[in-house]
Ligand binder design. Structure first.
Ligand SMILES: O=C(O)C1=C[C@@H](OP(=O)(O)O)[C@@H](O)[C@H](O)C1
Ligand SMILES: C=C(OP(=O)(O)O)C(=O)O
Length: 441
């Protein structure tokens, strides 16, 4: 966890004076947008993304692909809102420089793409990006025939010396620190000469829904993928070499970014409607229907979207969150306000996310008077009466939204650097105020 950044930019988290009653249009999924951009860039024909997320992580992905020669044009959607990107694949080339920011998807998904480019591609990013695990991708690409210069730590910054093609073939990786290693190799796999066979050899594998998202999206653009779930060996994914189709894809709302708004209904005993909640999805945020129901709410999935209603009571939960790790900060925030203790398990890899999320949540909730302890693989949260204070965010968007959830119920919470939410949700403060603006009298 980085040291406390400056406290100068403090955002007074709005306190809810009544139950919220709002409809919240949540922008597109980060994970879907960035996969769609990579797949469209690797396709053999142009493609469209409708309602892409435009946030720091996805703009970095688009900028990086443009740097490598891909055309990405802003288009005007049928409703005139300019909500489309047209992606024009082109011969990938260096020299180029990629800024990954602190986007796991950019730092993991693009080195395999760079290995297919002609020329050197340099990768650099925020200070935190140097600490986030990348060895799985670097070692695998080297084993598959790529030349990569790094400083020997198996992390950023680095240069991939693209040779215009990559042999590919079988490779073993330990993806226990991030599922994104597997997704990264699979996404570019169809373009490797021999495709790719990824065998995960680590003790555990987090975020399986995100790997399923990768597989589903690859299949949707014509790739042949064999998975453990389709009768293959456990922990082995195989992608056959082949051309990818350009698609016209409408990006689903980001269900993990719906989390703070659903939490607002739970915390205030109100109601929040999220239009366009997909009936079927690989997004981990879909698990919120079940998790937040267990914590005291109820939900109804209609053709219009998800209607989520709080009961006024908030219950603690004992939950295994390894599959849905990115939901942990928001769940921890709700758990700190519950009527019974919670244990959140299976998320030790969160120590290597945007910040050490387990340490950050523990420290910040406890500084508001809470009683949170870190366990080997998660958090134990005993609710206490909380008081106001500064909630530091460590440049982690989900810390900022977690603090905002607590602020609804606790007066005087100030979020340091709420602007960090722009990583995946650029309009968060306005959306939050908009939701509260429609509080019931
Ligand atoms: O592939 C993806 O889009 C993601 C995978 C997960 O990463 P980890 O497996 O590193 O947790 C998740 O936490 C991240 O927010 C997005
Ligand atoms: C872990 C996350 O992001 P990243 O894609 O940078 O890994 C997240 O959004 O919670």
């Amino acid at each position: 966890m980085a040291s406390n950044p400056s406290d100068t930019a403090l955002w007074p988290a709005p306190h809810a004076s009544a139950a919220v009653d709002a409809t919240v249009h949540v922008p597109g999924s980060k994970s879907v947008t960035n996969r769609a951009l990579v797949l469209a860039a690797l396709a053999s024909e142009p493609g469209w993304l409708r309602r892409p997320l435009r946030s720091r992580d996805t703009l970095l992905m688009a900028a990086a692909l443009r740097e490598m020669g891909v055309g990405i044009e802003e288009g005007v959607g049928p409703d005139g809102t300019g909500e489309t990107w047209r992606v024009l694949p082109a011969g990938l080339r260096g020299p180029a420089t990629v800024d990954v920011g602190n986007a796991g998807t950019v730092m993991r998904f693009l080195p395999p793409v760079a290995a297919l480019a002609d020329g050197p591609i340099r990768f650099d990013g925020d200070a935190r990006s140097y600490e986030r695990p990348l060895t799985g991708v670097i070692d695998a690409l080297r084993a598959l025939g790529a030349r990569i210069d790094d400083d020997g730590r198996g992390a950023l910054p680095l240069t991939v010396h693209g040779g215009g093609a990559l042999d590919g073939g079988p490779v073993e990786i330990d993806a226990s620190s991030s599922s994104q290693f597997v997704s990264a190799l699979l996404l570019s796999g169809p373009r490797f000469n021999q495709g790719v066979e990824v065998r995960h050899v680590g003790s555990s594998l987090p975020s399986m829904p995100h790997i399923r998202m990768t597989v589903d999206m690859l299949r949707a653009v014509g790739a042949q993928v064999d998975t453990p779930e389709s009768g293959g060996e456990p922990n082995v994914w195989r992608v056959t070499p082949g051309a990818l189709l350009g698609r016209d894809l409408t990006v689903e709302p980001d269900l993990s970014n719906a989390q703070p708004f659903l939490a607002a209904a739970l915390v205030t005993g109100g109601k929040v409607v999220i239009p366009d909640w997909p009936a079927r999805t690989t997004q981990p945020g879909d698990r919120l229907r079940e998790i937040f129901t267990e914590m005291g709410g109820s939900c109804e999935l209609t053709e219009y979207g998800l209607v989520f209603t709080g009961s006024g009571a908030i219950h603690g939960i004992d939950a295994e969150l390894g599959e849905v790790g990115e939901l942990t900060p928001g769940i921890a925030a709700v758990a700190a306000l519950a009527d019974s203790p919670s244990t959140l398990r299976g998320v030790s890899h969160l120590r290597l996310h945007e910040t050490d999320r387990l340490a950050a949540l523990t420290k910040e909730i406890n500084e508001l008077g809470g009683d949170v302890t870190e366990t080997a693989d998660g958090l134990h949260i005993r609710p206490r009466r909380l008081h106001g204070g500064i909630f530091h965010t460590y440049e982690d968007h989900r810390m900022a939204t977690a603090g905002a959830i607590i602020g609804l119920a606790v007066e005087g919470v100030q979020i340091e650097n709420v602007a960090t939410t722009a990583k995946t949700l650029p309009d968060f403060p306005d959306m939050w105020r908009g939701m509260l603006g429609s509080e019931k009298a």
